[in-house]
Design a protein around this ligand. Sequence first.
Ligand code: HEC
Length: 164
Amino acid sequence: MRVANNRCLLMGLWLVSAASCGQRQQDDHEKSQDKATAQKPTATAGQADTTAMTANMELGKLVYDQYCATCHQSNGLGVPNLNPPLAHTDYVTGDKERLIRIVLNGSNDGLEVNGMVYSNAMPANAFLSDEEIAGVLSYIRKSFGNRADTISAAEVSRVRALSD
Ligand code: HEC
């Protein structure tokens, strides 16, 4: 019995002719196929990241439209003399901690942005969740021609804890 099965397996390996060996050889064959498909998910793991980033951006755009666009405009160019642009500014694409602080605490310091000072004040947005702030900052860092990396909710949470 054992000998016959082993021979069958060997034949299966070398000849790949399932028909004459019966069910057992087919089972083995299916098992090795399972192995091949079980290894696949590692190759597609990168796709999950992309999906998460897209969700983050989508949330960010919603927050932007609701809480920022009235002043900074939907094209991120701001309003001359009143509200600064978010396109190509060092505040947006530079240091993450400084950027997170501006959104959490607002600013009435008369920041100089690209050589101009703006007379309006920036309101605090600490009522937004870490996810919402991470989303809106990731959105502005990747929109209006900006090409900076994204910001995570964990990074916002860390800066929020520092300023409490
Ligand atoms: C009421 C108008 C107003 C709203 C609403 C507003 N801002 Fe501002 N924002 C300003 C003004 C004015 C400044 C400059 C503040 C200063 O000079 O101290 C500023 C500064 C900034 C800066 C730093 C300077 C720059 O232009 O790079 C960033 C970044 C920023 N805002 C992002 C946001 C984001 C994100 C939101 C929405 C969550 C938002 N702002 C909502 C008016 C606004």
